[in-house]
Design a protein around this ligand. Structure first.
Ligand SMILES: [Zn+2]
Length: 295
């Protein structure tokens, strides 16, 4: 319990430290930080044994603002890296260059089956395949998270693989990931439909309904940050028990549908590198907000 609180304190304090350099939206960031810190401090007060450790951390993290000692700053940066390395984020770039229509149960012990993995959609205007776009965004997300010191597990880093959806979940499960984030892009018969959506299980999911609260929070925080960062329409959080890669997961999981490749305008945005950077940044911010609240 102490360790969990301490980890959370480190996360909150770390985020406030790294947020300092972000001049663009400093006022908004600072406001959020203050609120988070207050909540955290209230939590810590109830755990008397954790107070002294947390105070020490507070000193460590406030130090760089008031002094310029290079050695101490480096030490603090090491603390930052160390704290984030406590968190493991598993990323699944959805689909692969060739689908595999062999069947697998949609969840542990299920009689219903689905294709192991499908080929995904493709860009109507860009010509990009979904599996390619998913990997591009996933690798950008990996880079952003690793720069902050997170431990990142990838289900795939090339397109020419054959990994079923249940196998992808198993990778996240065995890493005991704090969050399993599955990157996809959407397609619709209606070319006007656009926007981002995230997906999680229902509370009554027979395989892992116990993960609903955390998965919903992960889905919600990512959808909020992603749409904020990109300006994409916030479609919805879709709760469904039909996704094998969610049903097989034993860690908090969400599918992020970053946008519609069937919508010409959104497809072309998604194929643009600057927009892809915003997508990855939005998802990372959502993961961090989720960790602040849930870890
Ligand atoms: Zn997909």
């Amino acid at each position: 319990m102490e360790t969990a609180i301490l980890k959370a304190a480190i996360a909150v304090l770390t985020i406030s430290l790294t947020g300092c350099g972000n001049a663009k939206d400093e006022s908004a960031v600072n406001q959020t930080e203050t609120t988070s810190l207050t909540t955290q401090e209230i939590k810590i007060e109830t755990e008397t044994s954790a107070i002294s450790a947390a105070e020490t951390l507070t000193e460590a993290f406030t130090a760089p603002e008031t002094q310029t000692n290079a050695t101490e700053t480096t030490e603090n940066e090491n603390i930052v890296k160390k704290s984030f390395s406590n968190y493991t984020i598993a990323i699944d770039a959805g689909h692969q260059s060739h689908g595999n229509s062999a069947q697998e149960p949609i969840g542990p012990g299920a009689s219903e089956t689905k294709a192991k993995v499908t080929g995904g959609t493709s860009g109507k205007a860009s010509g990009l395949d979904e599996y390619e776009l998913n990997l591009i965004i996933s690798l950008k997300l990996k880079k952003l998270l690793e720069e902050k010191g997170y431990n990142v597990i990838m289900t795939r880093e090339t397109n020419d693989v054959d990994i079923s959806n249940s196998e992808r979940a198993a990778i996240a499960n065995s890493a005991n990931a704090n969050a399993f984030v599955r990157i996809h892009a959407n397609g619709s018969d209606d070319p006007a439909v656009n926007g981002a959506m995230t997906i999680c299980q229902t509370p009554s999911n027979p395989y892992n309904g116990y993960l609903y609260d955390e998965s919903y929070s992960l889905a919600e925080n990512i959808l909020n940050s992603l749409t904020e960062e990109t300006g994409a329409y916030r479609e919805k959080i879709w709760e469904t028990d039909t996704m094998s890669g969610i049903n097989w997961a034993t860690v908090p999981t969400t599918i992020v549908e970053v946008g519609y490749m069937s919508n010409r305008e959104e497809d072309l945005k998604l194929a643009n590198e600057e927009y892809q950077d915003k997508v990855a940044l939005g998802i990372m911010k959502g993961i961090e907000k989720y960790l602040q609240v849930n870890e």
